[in-house]
Design a binder for this molecule. Structure first.
Ligand code: NAI
Ligand code: PYL
Ligand code: MG
Length: 279
């Protein structure tokens, strides 16, 4: 897994606010509202214990602080343990944490110590970024965007998924469940073949001329969106770091891009372990 850097997390406050605004514009629901609707859960004053982990590449500057910021931004209470690793876990439990957040280089998890639920960042990130596109209105709140000359919608239910790894796979499962017509691409052709043999999805042909209103991307590379697949008003939902599309292409096609390094996936993980609610 590609690891975050402190630079990736530098502008997180604005990124969360701006992405929440865009998610609301595209789906009609705020990020928290969307999470509640997906998981059918809600917070009830849980205390979040965040444990810095030194294993592998070690502590990432402002990682724990960004998790605490996210929890507080969405109205939750939390703390970062003074100790790290196992001592930090003990400290979190002794200080009354209801939910633990911790990450090493391979896994970033949330665990609810009261109900036993556990969630994984890659799965929850893929799911929330995919749900945003599943629920995005066909015009993305922009009137004529994405319409063909005859007025018909161009691919309302079609989505291109680029990057079929640990985030991209739960995303494509979400798209399939959401009734989307899924096209897939990965630089690793063996991975594409594996996915096409396992799921009801089609291969995207980069040499063809197909365009998409909805594109999901989860790769660790920049510049992965082919210009030829863009429409005026295309919507891109991408947890991939760095960003998959240049500012020039965003401007040229009026593309709306949902992308943020940590908070969206973290909120999805937290809703994944909250208690269920009715309605
Ligand atoms: P992964 O390594 O499991 O999967 C990445 C996939 O992208 C692989 O199948 C690889 O073959 C493919 N790929 C690489 N270069 C490509 C290219 N140029 N064109 C098409 N496909 C390409 O990685 P994972 O865990 O799925 O993470 C993907 C990205 O998402 C990483 O950048 C990671 O840092 C980021 N991420 C972001 C989160 C967030 O909250 N924003 C949360 C979790 C991951
Ligand atoms: C969770 C992110 C999203 C992208 N890559 C993943 C990553 O960077 N994982 C590593 C997280 C390590 C955290 C470190 C700390 O500061 O506690 N052990
Ligand atoms: Mg995120």
């Amino acid at each position: 897994m590609a690891l975050l850097t402190p630079e990736d997390l530098a502008n997180m406050t604005n990124a969360l606010i701006e992405n929440d605004r865009l998610i609301t514009e595209l789906t009609g629901l705020s990020l928290a509202g969307l999470c509640r609707d997906i998981y059918k859960t809600a917070p009830k004053n849980e205390k979040i214990g965040i444990i810095p982990i030194t294993a592998g590449g070690g502590i990432i500057g402002s990682f724990s602080e960004s998790l605490l910021f996210t929890a507080r931004h969405f109205g939750m209470d939390g703390f970062i343990t003074k100790n790290t690793d196992v001592a930090g876990y003990y400290e979190a439990v002794m200080k009354g944490a209801d939910i633990i957040l911790m990450a090493d280089d391979l896994a970033y998890i949330a665990q609810n110590l009261r109900n036993g639920k556990i969630s994984h960042n890659q799965i929850c990130t893929g799911r929330i970024y995919a749900e945003i596109l599943c629920r995005a209105k066909s015009d993305g709140g922009k009137g004529a965007a994405g319409k063909k000359a005859d007025g018909a919608n161009d691919g309302d239910n079609e989505v291109l998924v680029i990057g079929l790894g640990k985030v991209g796979t739960p995303a494509l499962e979400t798209f399939i469940k959401g009734g989307q017509d899924v096209y897939v691409f990965d630089v690793d052709s063996n991975r594409v073949d594996e996915i096409v043999s396992k799921y009801p999805v089609k291969k995207y042909d980069p040499a063809g001329s197909k365009t998409f209103l909805k594109i999901f991307e989860a790769t660790p590379c920049a510049g992965t969106i082919p210009e030829k697949c863009l429409l005026q008003g295309s919507m891109i939902s991408t947890p991939g770091i760095p960003c998959c599309i240049s500012d020039e292409l965003i401007e040229k096609y009026g593309v709306r891009v949902v992308q943020e390094p940590l908070g969206i996936g973290t909120l999805s993980m937290l809703y994944g372990v909250f208690d269920e609610v009715k309605g």
